[in-house]
Write a protein that binds this ligand. Structure first.
Ligand SMILES: [Fe+2]
Length: 474
């Protein structure tokens, strides 16, 4: 590539150098990721045609969703074994934390025996939710013991609102489990999953605006950027977004008002002081460690991306002017992203690009696919019996949620939580002119197929390869 930026004409850029650009979030400049608000018209139309219009059509399903809520009221029973299954064999396993802080050591000192390995599940971020009348929320911390690799048993649940520790032999344990699962639903969808969305928008926008379309990095990234910016904008700014949590919205299933929900996003991005489960966001070099086969599934795919990206980026000169500018601009909006001086040091370039590609495709879609397949009557978002003390039984499981609670949740599942695949990862085409790079693409796809087959053979396939989207589309 030419070294002097001014030598290229606007025609060498996707939007003639007038493309989207990140800015501090007007909703919360300190606590939320940089936002991309001014979107090219063509991207908005593309999103409406392929995704927004589906939302409108799907609303016709509302009466059926509510009818299903009437036929199957309340919640379903969750045994202790299933309770652990829901965490150890799903995207909720991301919450299994190894590093105990003083808080948890103090809480559970009577329950931790020498010779055993313990982990815990921290659902205290939900304390910022301001529940609607008749609905309850409580933070929880759950101590679990490792039985064998990736298999755990519950030892005790601390319920924040009642400040009680409830153990499996106590009648209050059933309700405590639902509170942990409610915390899982809230923290999954509004604390940790958003980290796969919003912080990466700056990379999407700056790639489209600042890299020449002939640059190999542009050709590598651009197929993985479609639909995402208008989608993010809709979630964060539309008056009809489910985050607005209006009572009349048939697809808004959350238990509290919009201010509290938005605070959950802030907790995910800014982190929570003295809580190791919720560190402040910093752009990772690889998927964070997850203590389950879900983590192994993620890692297996990440290795494939890294191999592919290493081959493609070997074409980029180690002092490439455009990459240095690209990295510098991104680093101003994405904490932890290597800047222009750092991008070519060690494996920074390959790591940064591999993580982006993996995250917007595999990392993001499996979260949706896995969560979308959970039983809404076992992982509730709303609860209508106050948090338990010891000996507090569930009064009536069929009244823990109402039919409209379940109806709204079903609609949100269909509209937003289930994965959407308009363009799949395995059918991605890259505009590389060099035949050796096209060969690398073929090898990449073969490697993806191998991981898919291996994971299916060992019974740990969390999403079939053909269902993985190539960009954030849901
Ligand atoms: Fe998502």
């Amino acid at each position: 590539m030419k070294k002097n930026y001014s030598q290229l004409s606007p025609k060498n850029f996707l939007y003639e150098r007038k493309g989207p650009w990140p800015q501090p979030s007007p909703a919360h400049p300190i606590g939320e990721s940089a936002a991309v608000l001014h979107l090219p018209c063509s991207e908005q139309i593309d999103w409406w045609l392929h995704i927004g219009s589906r939302y409108m059509l799907t609303l016709l399903y509302t009466p059926i969703a509510y009818l299903k809520g009437i036929i199957n009221p309340g919640l379903a029973e969750v045994s202790n074994t299933e309770f652990m299954q829901l965490f150890q064999h799903s995207m909720l396993s991301k919450f299994i934390c190894e590093k105990f802080d003083q808080n948890e050591l103090d809480l559970f000192k009577a329950d931790m025996q020498p010779g055993s390995k313990y982990f815990y599940i921290d659902m205290t971020p939900v304390k910022v939710v301001k529940p609607f009348p008749g609905i309850y929320c409580s933070g929880t911390k759950t101590l679990i013991r490792e039985v064998e690799k990736n298999k755990y048993e519950p030892i005790a649940i601390w319920v924040e609102k009642t400040n009680e520790i409830i153990r499996p032999n106590d009648p209050g344990f059933e309700l405590a489990k639902y509170y942990v699962l409610q915390g899982g639903a809230l923290c999954a969808t509004l604390v940790i999953h958003p980290l796969l969305h919003f912080p990466l928008d700056a990379i999407n926008a700056i790639t489209k605006t600042a890299l020449p379309t002939e640059h190999v990095l542009f050709k590598l990234l651009h197929p993985h950027t479609r639909f995402t910016l208008p989608l993010e904008n809709a979630v964060l700014t539309f008056k009809t977004s489910l985050l607005q949590a209006k009572w009349w919205m048939p697809y808004a299933p959350y238990p509290g008002d919009k201010e509290g929900l938005r605070e959950l996003l802030v907790e995910g991005y800014m982190g929570i002081t003295n809580e190791s489960s919720y560190p402040r966001f910093s752009y990772p070099k690889a998927p964070p460690k997850v203590f389950s086969t879900y983590g192994e599934f993620q890692d297996a795919y990440f290795a494939v991306f890294k191999k592919y990206v290493s081959v493609i980026l070997a074409e980029v000169a180690p002092d490439d002017y455009y990459v240095k500018c690209w990295a510098t601009w991104i680093s101003q909006y994405v904490p932890g992203f290597p800047n222009g001086d750092e991008i070519f040091k060690g494996t920074n370039f390959v790591d940064a690009v591999s993580f982006y590609l993996w995250s917007v495709s595999v990392g993001h879609t499996i979260d949706h696919y896995d969560y979308g397949h959970m039983d809404i009557r076992k992982v509730p978002l709303r609860l209508r019996q106050a948090p338990p003390k010891k000996n507090d039984k569930v009064h009536d499981r069929s009244k823990l949620t109402t039919f409209w609670d379940n109806g709204k949740y079903t609609m949100a599942n269909i509209l937003f939580f289930n994965s959407t695949v308009v363009t799949s990862l395995i059918t991605t085409e890259y505009d590389f002119a060099e035949s050796k790079l096209q060969k690398a693409v073929e090898e990449f796809k073969n490697d993806l197929r191998k991981v898919d087959q291996e994971m299916k053979a060992r019974g740990d396939c969390y999403i079939p390869l053909e269902d993985i989207a190539r960009s954030i589309q849901s």
